[in-house]
Design a binder for this molecule. Structure first.
Ligand code: PD2
Ligand code: ZN
Length: 298
């Protein structure tokens, strides 16, 4: 569903305000059926209700995944009750991501790492690269010392961000990710695209914001902590460029269309989620990164 798309010509339009209301109600812990009833009571027609609660319905209905940000108030140094992530009970080989069956290639419990195959098609990878290419700039990282952004010598890639839902392609991929990871689209940052030329790398780091740094509180005002990362490979380098997890000696090969997901239930090295992008030895590597937050990211 796009912001401008309507469920049918006779239906009421689904405005950004309504989508925000749905996200807020879910964050407050209201069930999908309660939201449907509220919309009915307020005079919404069934097709509009289905449109507004479609992707969200999956998120809310997923067992053992309570409304996402109900747990957002959990102190950041405690393990969280509700986390983004795929449903892996029963060791499925494939997962339903709405418009696509995604392969489960590898799972690790500690740290929580999951590698997905066939997450994006080759055409989708190409289209993301084409849309990003003209907008690339030397990558900045969020500076927890100041709350701003700065050039980082540890990261020698070029990058850009797509705004959430900025094109039908971006929106489709975001909805697929939300469905796969049982986390609302609204709680995700915009997709970041990175290009690594030969020699470029991203030295090992954590993706959460360090609570000890003075700039962190202002960063957290935009949606709380990061809880999870999904790095999707859009173009394979000829050699090198794997995503490494030094604490556990894991390296994920950057195969096009594959994604590596990892989550961290507290902003602490004990999560074991130290990770990096190994130097590209030959060719060019392109990735898309989606970070998932505790609350709606605006
Ligand atoms: O490109 C990668 O492999 C990579 C590695 C570590 C990306 C990120 N971190 C990131 O985008 O945070
Ligand atoms: Zn990272």
């Amino acid at each position: 569903m796009t912001d401008t798309q309507q469920a049918s010509p006779s239906s009421q339009p689904i405005s950004p305000e309504l989508r925000r209301w749905v996200a807020e109600q879910m964050a407050a812990g209201h069930s999908n059926s309660a939201l449907r009833q509220s919309m009915r009571d307020a005079g919404w027609m069934q097709d509009a209700i289905d449109a507004a609660l479609g992707p969200m319905a999956v998120v809310a209905a997923a067992p053992a995944r309570p409304a996402a940000a109900a747990a957002a108030a959990v102190a950041s140094d405690e393990a969280r009750a509700s986390m983004p992530g795929p449903m892996l009970e029963g060791s499925p080989l494939y997962l339903d991501a709405g418009d696509r069956q995604v392969q489960v290639m590898l799972t690790m419990k500690n740290p929580r790492v999951v590698v997905f195959g066939d997450l994006l098609t080759g055409e989708e990878c190409e289209a993301l690269i084409a849309g990003a290419r003209e907008r690339l700039a030397r990558s900045l990282t969020v500076e927890t010392k100041t709350g701003g952004e700065a050039l980082n010598v540890d990261r020698t890639s070029d990058g850009m961000f797509f705004t959430r839902g900025e094109s039908p392609l971006v929106q489709r991929i975001e909805e697929r990710i939300a469905r796969l990871l049982h986390w609302p689209v609204e709680f995700g940052e915009g997709l970041q695209i990175l290009r690594y030329s030969p020699g470029a790398q991203y030295r090992p780091h954590y993706d959460y914001f360090d609570p000890a740094e003075p700039g962190t509180p202002s960063i957290l005002r935009r949606g709380g902590q990061r809880l999870a990362t999904l790095v999707i490979y859009l173009q394979e380098p000829a050699q090198g460029g794997g995503t490494t997890f030094p604490d556990v000696g894991l390296e994920v090969a950057p195969r096009r269309g594959t994604g590596v997901f990892f989550s961290y239930d507290r902003p602490d090295p004990s999560t074991g989620t130290l990770h990096g992008g190994a130097p590209v030895l030959a060719g060019e590597k392109w990735v898309a990164t989606k970070w998932l937050r505790e609350r709606e990211f605006s």
